[in-house]
Design a protein around this ligand. Structure first.
Ligand code: B4P
Length: 192
């Protein structure tokens, strides 16, 4: 199973990807986690990304593509993957098409988790209290939602226009949303 998870910040991508990884037995590739690991390691890339992320903006496409190519060069992606947080703009969507085309591994589904904005804000505020992530501050969250509308929503429209989008209702308990995703991807999962 090759899955791309899309959705606004707080829509539950990372949360559901963690569960899907166990269920489908494929790696979870979160570009946010990859970037946070670079920040934690204090690498040159991490230093570049840190401030951009804290402002709620997108890290450069070139950095993201390099990281992704590196991750996809590992053998564990051969049996499938859950890609979480990429693509976030149309240039990244093109880059992903090209990368997966070269690997002869097109994605089976792009699943969008849909949630009303007030719920996104509420969930992220909860995480801010619990985890204190730098980009969960009110200013950064406002910016991340603006970036989502301006840059990522067009990716969703693009996949929709090309018949590649599956929309899943992201409102409900973790179990409810998880079950909906499994139902949405069931036709592919059964055959392969
Ligand atoms: P991400 O790490 O992708 O952050 P996110 O959009 O907030 O999603 P995440 O998956 O972590 O949260 P979730 O909705 O699961 O990106 C962070 C930053 O990295 C970006 O702003 C950007 O700077 C950079 N970046 C990443 N990818 C990039 C790219 N491709 N290009 C450029 N820059 C990039 O969870 C949120 C909260 O909701 C959690 O507390 C969770 O517990 C809660 N929640 C989830 N589901 C729930 C439910 N059903 N009910 C109640 N609460 C729920």
């Amino acid at each position: 199973m090759r899955l791309v998870l899309l959705g606004a910040p707080g829509s539950g991508k990372g949360t559901q990807a963690t569960r899907l990884k166990e269920h489908l037995q494929v790696p979870h590739i979160s570009t946010g986690d990859l970037l946070r690991a670079e920040v934690a390691a204090g690498s040159k890339l991490g230093l570049e990304a840190k401030e951009v992320m804290a402002r709620g903006e997108l890290v450069s496409d070139a950095i993201l593509l390099g990281m992704l190519e590196d991750r996809f060069s590992r053998d564990d992606t051969r049996n499938g993957f859950i890609l979480d947080g990429y693509p976030r703009n149309l240039a990244q969507a093109d880059a992903l098409d090209a990368l997966l085309g070269r690997l002869k591994a097109p994605f089976d589904f792009a699943v969008q988790l849909e949630c009303p904005t007030e719920m996104l804000v509420e969930r992220i505020a909860g995480r801010a209290k619990a985890e204190g992530r730098a980009d969960d501050s009110p200013d950064a969250v406002r910016k991340r939602l603006e970036v989502y509308t301006a840059s990522t929503a067009p990716v969703i429209d693009y996949y929709r226009q090309h018949g590649q989008l599956t929309v899943v209702d992201g409102v409900g308990s973790l179990d409810e949303v998880f079950t909906r995703i499994l139902e949405a991807i069931a036709p592919v999962k059964e055959v392969g």
